[in-house]
Design a protein around this ligand. Structure first.
Ligand SMILES: *[C@@H]1O[C@H](CO)[C@@H](O)[C@H](O)[C@H]1NC(C)=O
Ligand SMILES: *[C@@H]1O[C@H](CO)[C@@H](O)[C@H](O)[C@H]1NC(C)=O
Ligand SMILES: *[C@@H]1O[C@H](CO)[C@@H](O)[C@H](O)[C@H]1NC(C)=O
Ligand SMILES: *[C@@H]1O[C@H](CO)[C@@H](O)[C@H](O)[C@H]1NC(C)=O
Ligand SMILES: *[C@@H]1O[C@H](CO)[C@@H](O)[C@H](O)[C@H]1NC(C)=O
Ligand SMILES: *[C@@H]1O[C@H](CO)[C@@H](O)[C@H](O)[C@H]1NC(C)=O
Ligand SMILES: *[C@@H]1O[C@H](CO)[C@@H](O)[C@H](O)[C@H]1NC(C)=O
Ligand SMILES: *[C@@H]1O[C@H](CO)[C@@H](O)[C@H](O)[C@H]1NC(C)=O
Ligand SMILES: *[C@@H]1O[C@H](CO)[C@@H](O)[C@H](O)[C@H]1NC(C)=O
Ligand SMILES: *[C@@H]1O[C@H](CO)[C@@H](O)[C@H](O)[C@H]1NC(C)=O
Ligand SMILES: *[C@@H]1O[C@H](CO)[C@@H](O)[C@H](O)[C@H]1NC(C)=O
Ligand SMILES: *[C@@H]1O[C@H](CO)[C@@H](O)[C@H](O)[C@H]1NC(C)=O
Length: 564
């Protein structure tokens, strides 16, 4: 009978034995050395088949090939007994509170482990170099990130790991040089994350040989030197991230255009010089460009308009100059964040920017831009943050009018009839200091009843302070100093609680606060300070609070959500 024949054959091939005693005792030894095992011991009972224990996987021959105990609140140390599990292929102990060292037998001697993930624990100590006897090691994935490992990173083992794919050793305290031999024997190596350590020395060598390298992240270390020409032979690269190191030199146009697959270029917080090369426009897959906090200069390349998929451009704190109009924002419909803070850009805000209707955050403060906001800013339906301070923008009446009409999505908090009022009311912080605003302070400001900060200082405002501003009950900061306002400071309400410094530099204002009787014939004294108006530079912030559900929002806090 064929059926019985098959059963018999199977029974002979796979006798119903349980896991082998030596493997079982290694596992029990591991359990013994945990100081907190979160119920694992309930399942791991001596006398039962260890292949059926929680977190254990065996192959058909009842050999333990996988231990998977991530996120089990395990405490204590990892027993060296695990390295006696000859057939173990995968070990995942991530997201626990394991401490002590990583038993060197697990990877650094001739084991069979292909995937080792002990990330997010409290492991410490050094990782030893492998025993000399190793000829080959099957390791493919090593994730030891977010632990407390110290010392030099092993280097010789990578010559023996032919199948290596990914290493994540980020967020430890490794020091010394970054090894250069990751791709000497492995052609499949594709992920290297060594960020948030204390690596030093020059830009890592040898990575150009990694033909499959997709992600390299070495940010937040102490690397120096320049980007080596050899490195740009790694043409599969998608993420090139070396922020916050000490790299210097130029961004070479001929080199960068070899990286056609680049999606994220992050070299912020280094000491790079020179221009952004025109060839950047050939990186059609670029999504994020971070060159902030360097010493780069020159005009922004118009070719940047060819990076049509880009989502984020962060070039703040450099010395870029020339007209912002060089970039055609019509071509960048996916742009969500543009940060050009602290540069030397001139001209007006290009009309094309108002076509970026996915824009969430726009920061142009501390440049040399002039002109006015266009009413088309109301197209920017996703905009929650705009910062334009310390430029030379003009016309407060116009700007407020435009912002009032902006239709950000209303809080679910309102009916259609009240939308415009709600929009206006949601403004919490209006800082417009150090611009070239002229004309009178609009009465309509008093409708911004949630306003907490109103700073119109150092402009060219004229006329009286509207008495209706006394209705702004939540106002905790108010500054109209260094303008050309006149007449009595409204008494009663919130305005009378501010110090005289809020009103300084307006010789024609009168009232108790500025110790000058109204109606007196005293000749106005000329303000010496008014000549310094345009020199000082602080940020203008317009924050639509309720739309991101945070209380009072400050420039840095808000922007960190968009610009990291
Ligand atoms: C189970 O693993 C052992 C050790 O690696 C191996 O010898 C055996 O062939 C494997 N059995 C199966 C069915 O894969
Ligand atoms: C690796 O696996 C092979 C075959 O399964 C086995 O013979 C050998 O002992 C294992 N090596 C170690 C160090 O466990
Ligand atoms: C380890 O387990 C965690 C949690 O389940 C998982 O996120 C992670 O991808 C696993 N590691 C590997 C290398 O598969
Ligand atoms: C550890 O890194 C590997 C390789 O990148 C990855 O597959 C795994 O999911 C990571 N583990 C966790 C917990 O994120
Ligand atoms: C490496 O691990 C850290 C967490 O420890 C994670 O944030 C990071 O995204 C990982 N890197 C890669 C390239 O997956
Ligand atoms: C670094 O590791 C610590 C501790 O595991 C963790 O809380 C933190 O989120 C990690 N930081 C990053 C950037 O992954
Ligand atoms: C880059 O690769 C090319 C061949 O693809 C080779 O000729 C050249 O020498 C390599 N450059 C460097 C600096 O290694
Ligand atoms: C910054 O760049 C300018 C040229 O644009 C150069 O003169 C200056 O030395 C650079 N500063 C540093 C610290 O590299
Ligand atoms: C942008 O791309 C188009 C077509 O791909 C090309 O003709 C043009 O020269 C590019 N512009 C710049 C400034 O590189
Ligand atoms: C800013 O650019 C102008 C010309 O557009 C130049 O005169 C000025 O020196 C630049 N300022 C700085 C700080 O580089
Ligand atoms: C601001 O713009 C006005 C003209 O609108 C101009 O006279 C003035 O010089 C500009 N100020 C600065 C600092 O560029
Ligand atoms: C300000 O803008 C308004 C509305 O566009 C306009 O009527 C007014 O003349 C402008 N004022 C100045 C000083 O440019």
């Amino acid at each position: 009978m064929p059926f019985f024949g098959i059963v018999l054959l199977l029974a002979m091939a796979y006798p119903a034995t349980s896991c082998n005693e030596q493997e079982k005792s290694s596992l029990l030894q591991f359990l013994t050395e945990l100081s907190h095992e979160d119920g694992v011991a309930m399942s791991w009972q001596d006398g039962t088949d260890c292949c059926k224990w929680e977190g254990i996987t065996c192959n058909e021959s009842e050999a333990v090939i996988e231990i998977s105990l991530a996120s089990r609140s395990l405490e204590g140390s990892i027993s060296p007994s695990l390295s006696k599990l000859n057939d173990l292929l995968r070990l995942n102990l991530s997201y626990n509170s394991l401490s002590g060292s990583l038993p060197s037998g697990l990877i650094m001697s001739s084991g069979n482990i292909t995937v080792l993930d002990v990330s997010f624990n409290r492991l410490s100590g050094n990782l030893q170099e492998p025993l000399l006897s190793i000829t080959e090691h099957p390791l493919q994935v090593l994730n030891i990130s977010s632990n407390m490992f110290t010392g030099e990173f092993p280097s010789t083992i990578w010559e023996k790991t032919r199948n290596l794919i990914a290493i994540n050793a980020s967020n430890n305290s490794f020091q010394g040089c970054i090894p250069s031999c990751f791709c000497i024997s492995s052609s499949s190596f594709s992920v290297l994350d060594l960020s948030f350590n204390q690596f030093s020395g020059s830009f890592p060598a040898g990575l150009g040989k990694c033909s499959e390298l997709r992600i390299v992240k070495d940010g937040h270390n102490r690397l120096s030197g320049s980007l080596s020409e050899e490195f740009f032979n790694a043409t599969s690269l998608e993420h090139l991230c070396f922020p916050n190191n000490g790299l210097h030199g130029l961004l070479n146009g001929a080199h960068i255009l070899k990286l056609r697959n680049l999606a994220n270029l992050d070299l912020g917080g280094n000491m790079l010089n020179g221009k952004i090369p025109e060839s950047i426009g050939q990186l059609k897959r670029l999504l994020e460009l971070h060159l902030n906090n360097n010493n780069m200069s020159g005009e922004l390349p118009s070719a940047l308009s060819n990076c049509t998929n880009i989502i984020m451009i962060d070039l703040k704190s450099n010395n870029f100059s020339g007209k912002l109009q060089k970039i055609n924002f019509f071509n960048l419909p996916n742009l969500q964040a543009l940060d050009l803070l602290y540069n030397n850009l001139t001209g007006t805000i290009p009309e094309s920017i108002y076509s970026c209707n996915n824009l969430i955050a726009l920061r142009l403060s501390s440049n040399n831009l002039h002109g006015q906001l266009s009413p088309r800013i109301s197209n920017l339906k996703s905009l929650v943050f705009i910062s334009l301070g310390a430029n030379n923008f003009t016309n407060i009446t116009n700007t407020l009018h435009i912002l009032k009409d902006c239709r950000n999505p209303p809080p679910y908090l309102s009916g259609p009839a009240s939308r415009e009022i709600v929009q206006l009311k949601s403004l919490q912080k209006l800082i417009f200091s150090f611009n070239g605003l002229s004309g009178e302070i609009p009465q309509q400001l008093s409708k911004l009843t949630n306003l907490q900060v109103l700073d119109l200082s150092s402009n060219h405002l004229t006329g009286a302070i509207p008495s209706a501003l006394s209705n702004l009950h939540f106002l905790s900061e108010f500054n109209v100093s260094h303008n050309d306002l006149e007449g009595p400071i409204p008494s009663g309400g919130q305005l009378s609680t501010f110090p005289s410094s809020s009103f300084d530099g307006n010789p024609k204002l009168c009232g108790i606060i500025v110790a000058k009787l109204c109606g007196s014939v005293e000749a106005p004294t000329v303000s010496v300070l008014s000549t310094e108006k345009m020199d000082k530079r602080i940020a203008l912030v317009i924050a639509f609070g309720p739309f991101f559900g945070v209380g009072v929002l400050y420039d840095q806090i808000v922007l960190s959500r968009y610009f990291g």
